[in-house]
Design a protein around this ligand. Structure first.
Ligand SMILES: *Cc1c(COP(=O)(O)O)cnc(C)c1O
Length: 838
């Protein structure tokens, strides 16, 4: 920031930086916000501070965008309905390398930077892992110099805030923009019309070609808001572009002309509803018309923007795949594929084969789930009604595709039926996953096991037809946020010991391995964990009024509440521990604090009941004086990126206990291990690869593997066999069923036990229970030996190199996108000359 065009004023560059920060902050307070020290609220101070930080990014941002324009590298478009960014202030300062400078500058003004870091609202524009992955990828792309753009929707309301009232989840709207969002810049000039409804008419041009006009539509404008995404320790600042819905003037006019002013304003409000709220369901599609319109809104605005940017420098759209790669984060943005075809054919008059070639070479699709109920399927009548031209295009894609299938596999009607883009049941539906596979040159899973499963099961027929399309990209997380920012003490200890190379090359953590024999390092490692646990204990006391023993084993399961993730199996273990203490009140038990956190989709009744059960079990156990601090159960409300950043550094044990074959990858598992927690988990998702990296001796694996789950399902699984043969398990289930934990309404939790005993226990909790409990006993035994525990924790952290999202992005760049890192050189001349118009 001490630009070479500005000779040092004070003779000390550090002092110059300080003065510049202070000046910038005070100017924003006064001139941007119109406040002085008497009238400024805490929000004002935060906003002035954020603007001062943003200013430091803007120079590099303009340089980066100008360099992209001049050098014209291939651009990467990461299209996602979700970006779970969390807070921005601290991460920006860390990436810019200005954390210490801003801390000192604020100090000199009498402010504590940490207060404002904490005060910032989360940008919660996502549900869970899928949205957080998109956020980690943006950080990695900027850090590694990949010319990447995130494209999404600027929801006015993000993921709901979760309150726990009388043990139940209560959803509160997340009005995150109320105190303004200082990071974004509105781009009034970047507007694209998005059409809905209407009809398609055919006509012939002078040469006799058939043309299709989509007319009588209701149009909405998509307006861009841009947020800078700074790389760590580089000049690159990329862009996240989020679309907001605006009504069109033309649209309003028809009502105004009828003299119906209120009707016109109402209609305007209705169209702007498209970007109003994030759908809060994770891993299960919401079959609502508004969601469908959101997906098309994102697809349409993004495709038009990609083509607009391409056309600034190129004429011939056949070169698009050389200059743009579009990565679809799940099928949510898969309408980009027919939209691209529509634009190429109807607007640019390309023939079908040319358009299809461009489209398939441009798009790549990432699958995120194999839960059959989570695969998106939109009713054909939605398309006929809302996107009539797109359904024609989808039918044409399907006809040509099925012809190819027929040629390749003659007479196999089963295959045709399974591979068709259209599901022909009483309600005909478009299978979005099939569309995404057919329209892309790459289909990837997000962990090795998951990719094998999609090749062998979900997309078996497609894999037979197009084996070269399928590849794996194991997920990762950014170590800048999940270690450097979230766990500064551990980051500092690592930095002091092996240097700071790990911030951009996480494999450097392997250098920690020999330190398990260094008693001084071990002692410091344990001290860091203890300090982090003390902080979380304080948070728990403040928010839950529960006094927990910071010396106890912090056993954490934090993630969306979902049956497949098996929070309920954890609860069965908790009650087992409780029963053992009650049966032997003077016995020796390794003290545990079981920490849960996570949101349930508002309409997911059984998941909400599981939250109630956790809290009810907690109420009984936490208030039983016989138990004391040997066992505590804590449910932390409102799981979010910010809360996650407090939990991971304090965790001893990471619960990754999904039924094998159901969790595509998981990324929480990686955050825990990086922060020095040991994992108890099934051989599912990325747990398998974590085991490979840290060693079988340094992870607690239990339960059936994916093949055994499949076998047992095929043979016929009877949960009652396990119930009747295991007295401890039987007792736990009977207690829940009989209302032990909720005497006021003894039937409250019956549906939970019913789902296990009478509805087939779909996720096979009872089959894995005994193995889980036995494995937890091993965990407790190891925890008695704090040295051994710390050893394994260090080896876990040391083995996390593979799980940096930098590695993941490097693989996407090389194997899917075919892009090279691009270096942005700072522009050294005094910038203002470029800003002032000629
Ligand atoms: C990492 C993360 C997730 C994903 O967690 P999993 O355990 O992989 O399901 C979800 N929510 C938040 C806030 C996260 O940070």
């Amino acid at each position: 920031m001490t630009d070479e065009a500005f000779p040092s004023e004070s003779g000390s560059p550090e002092l110059d930086t300080m003065m510049l920060i202070i000046k910038s902050f005070l100017e924003h307070l006064e001139y941007t916000l119109g406040k002085d020290k008497y009238s400024a609220t805490r929000h004002d101070i935060f906003n002035a501070l954020a603007y001062a930080v943003r200013d430091r990014m803007v120079e590099r941002w303009l340089d980066t965008q100008q360099a992209y324009y001049n050098e014209d590298p291939k651009r990467i478009y990461y299209v996602s309905m979700e970006f779970l960014m969390g807070k921005t202030l601290e991460n920006s300062l860390v990436n810019l390398g200005l954390l210490a400078e801003f801390r000192e500058a604020m100090n000199s003004l009498g402010y504590d930077l940490d207060e404002f870091i904490e005060r910032e609202q989360d940008a919660g524009l996502g549900n869970g892992g899928l949205g957080r992955l998109a956020a980690c990828f943006l950080d990695s792309m900027a850090t590694m110099g990949v010319p990447g753009y995130g494209y999404g929707i600027r929801y006015e309301y993000g993921i709901f805030r979760q309150n726990i009232i009388d043990g139940s989840q209560v959803e509160i709207p997340d009005n995150w923009l109320r105190y303004r969002n200082p990071w974004e810049m509105d781009r009034q000039e970047h507007l694209h019309p998005v059409k809905f409804y209407g009809r398609v008419v055919e006509r012939k041009d002078t040469e006799g070609n058939t043309l299709f006009d989509w007319i009588d539509t209701e149009d909405v404008m998509a307006m861009a808001y841009d947020t800078p995404i700074p790389g760590y320790g580089t000049n690159t600042v990329n862009t996240m572009r989020l679309w907001t819905a605006k009504s069109t003037r033309e649209f309003d006019l028809s009502f105004f002309n009828e003299g119906n002013y209120i009707r016109a304003v109402e209609k305007k409000m209705l169209t702007e509803n498209i970007s109003k709220v994030l759908y809060p369901a994770d891993n299960v599609p919401e079959g609502k018309e508004l969601r469908f319109k959101q997906e098309y809104f994102l697809a349409c605005a993004t495709v038009h923007d990609v083509i607009y940017r391409f056309h600034k420098q190129h004429e011939d759209l056949r070169r698009l795949p050389e200059k743009a790669a579009i990565q679809l984060n799940d099928t949510h943005p898969a309408l980009c594929i027919p939209e691209m075809m529509r634009v190429l054919i109807d607007h640019h008059r390309l023939d079908w084969e040319t358009a299809w070639n461009i489209t398939t070479r441009t798009f790549a699709y990432t699958n995120h789930t194999i839960l059959p109920e989570a695969l998106e399927k939109w009713p054909v009548w939605f398309f006929e009604h809302i996107l009539p031209r797109h359904i024609q295009i989808i039918y044409e894609i399907n006809d040509r595709f099925l012809t190819a299938v027929r040629t390749r596999f003659p007479g196999d009607t089963g295959k045709l039926e399974r591979m068709s883009l259209i599901e022909e049941h009483w309600e005909r539906k478009v299978r979005m996953a099939n569309l995404a596979v057919v329209g892309s040159h790459s289909v990837n899973g997000v962990a090795a096991l998951h990719t094998e499963i999609i090749k062998e099961h979900v997309f078996k027929d497609f894999f037979e037809m197009y084996p070269e399309r399928f590849n794996n990209k194991t997920n990762g997380i950014t170590q800048r946020r999940w270690l450097k920012c979230a766990n500064p003490d551990q980051a500092r200890l690592i930095g002091d010991t092996i240097g700071n190379g790990w911030t951009t090359d996480l494999y450097k953590l392997t250098q920690l391995r020999p330190l398990v024999d260094d008693p001084a390092f071990m002692a410091q490692w344990q001290q860091v964990k203890r300090t982090n646990k003390d902080k979380l204990a304080e948070y728990i006391l403040k928010h839950n009024c529960i006094q927990v023993n910071a010396d106890s084993l912090f056993d954490c399961q934090v993630k969306r509440i979902h049956e497949y993730k098996r929070q309920l199996l954890n609860v069965l273990h908790v009650i087992t521990l409780y029963n053992r203490i009650k049966a032997n009140p003077d016995g020796d038990f390794v003290p545990r604090t079981i920490i849960f956190s996570g949101k349930a989709a508002p309409a997911y009744a059984i998941a909400k009941l599981i939250i109630r059960l956790i809290n009810a079990v907690g109420d009984v156990i936490n208030n039983d004086s016989q138990v004391g601090d040997r066992l505590k159960v804590v449910f932390l409300a409102n799981y979010s990126v910010s809360l996650a950043e407090k939990i991971f550094p304090a965790a001893d044990l990471s619960e990754q206990i999904s039924t094998a074959g159901t969790e595509a990858s998981g990324t929480g598992n990686m955050k825990f291990a990086l922060n020095g927690a040991l994992t108890i988990g099934t051989l599912d998702g990325a747990n398998i690869e974590i085991m490979e990296e840290v060693g079988r001796d340094n992870i607690f694996i239990f339960g059936m593997n994916a093949d055994e789950v499949e076998d047992l399902r095929r043979r016929g699984y009877n949960p009652r066999d396990y119930y009747s043969r295991n007295p401890e398990l039987k007792k736990v289930l009977d207690m829940i069923a009989e209302g032990y934990f909720f005497p006021a309404n003894r039937d409250l939790f019956r549906p939970i036990v019913d789902s296990l005993l009478n509805q087939g226990d779909h996720y096979m909790l009872l089959a894995d229970y005994a193995s889980y409990v036995a494995c937890q006993e091993e965990v407790s035994r190891l925890y008695l030996d704090r040295e051994q525990w710390a050893r394994k924790a260090i080896l876990n952290c040391a083995g996390m190199g593979k799980f940096s999202s930098d590695r993941t992005i490097a693989e996407y760049a090389r194997e899917i996108w075919d892009v090279e890192p691009f270096e942005v050189h700072p522009v050294l001349e005094y910038r203002q000359h470029d800003v002032i118009p000629d």
